[in-house]
Design a protein around this ligand. Structure first.
Ligand code: ADP
Ligand code: 5GP
Length: 216
């Protein structure tokens, strides 16, 4: 019991961006840097892309199965994005938080708002990734080579709507140079973990410092 009180709760790291700005690439790098970070695997009604596996990138679900999860209260948040439904299963996030593990979310602004406004809001760090230019954004979407022209055009036309929410986020990064942007992400996380209220063990630590000196 004592050690549970001492552990900090895990952080909820929300990363949003217009599609193609590089958040999957960056969050994958961040998880390589710190493998203790859990990735929140969302459920979606969209079809898997080549190379995507059920349970790894997403839980690919039918519309009916998705709606059942929502109606049973199993989603922490959910939203419609590009004509498909996406949602965050609640169970793994709550378990990770209690265990003191940080969880990373690749979700859109609607999901970001819902989690920030929930009872978990004080444990959220939110980060928005901007592309260096719209030309580069389109280039990245095309060079990823995973979506049809129609899908890419749809994503480009919605990207400014996503970007319009940039000011709701705690941190905003421009993903020009991948290495620099990764470094900035690490810096954010390292600093947030050092916040006083996220180091509950310090109370005992300082008490020990006092005892040590008094016992001299
Ligand atoms: P998102 O997850 O935001 O949709 P991705 O991470 O899939 O975007 O990135 C889209 C494409 O852009 C990928 O092919 C990726 O390799 C490339 N990319 C990401 N960041 C950069 C960068 N800083 N410079 C050049 N290419 C990048
Ligand atoms: P994609 O189809 O490219 O994987 O994702 C499309 C968009 O849906 C991205 O902006 C992504 O962040 C968002 N998204 C993915 N999972 C979730 C989720 O669980 N909830 C919400 N609200 N958005 C999500």
């Amino acid at each position: 019991m004592m050690s549970q009180v001492q552990n900090r709760r895990g952080l909820l790291i929300i990363v949003s961006s217009p599609s193609g700005a590089g958040k999957s690439t960056l969050t994958t790098r961040l998880r390589k840097w710190d493998p203790s970070i859990r990735f929140s695997v969302s459920a979606t009604t969209r079809a898997p892309r080549p190379g995507e596996e059920d349970g790894r990138e997403y839980y690919f679900r039918t519309r009916e199965a998705f709606e059942e999860m929502v109606s049973k209260g199993e989603m922490l948040e959910h939203a419609e994005v590009f004509g498909n439904f996406y949602g965050t299963p609640r169970g793994p996030v709550e378990a990770a938080m209690l265990a003191g593990n940080d969880t990373l979310f690749d979700i859109d602004w609607q999901g970001g708002q819902q989690i920030r406004n929930s009872s978990l809001g004080k444990d959220v760090i939110s980060i928005f990734i901007l592309p260096p230019s719209m030309v580069e954004l389109e280039h990245r979407l095309r060079s990823r080579g995973q979506d049809s022209d129609e899908v890419i055009n749809g994503r480009m036309s919605k990207s400014l709507a996503e970007v319009s929410h940039w000011a709701e986020y705690d941190y905003v990064l421009v993903n020009d140079d991948l290495d620099r942007c990764e470094e900035e992400l690490r810096t954010i996380l390292s600093a947030e973990r050092l916040r006083r209220e996220r180091q509950p063990h310090l109370t005992d630590f300082v008490r020990r410092l006092n005892k040590e000196y008094e016992g001299k």
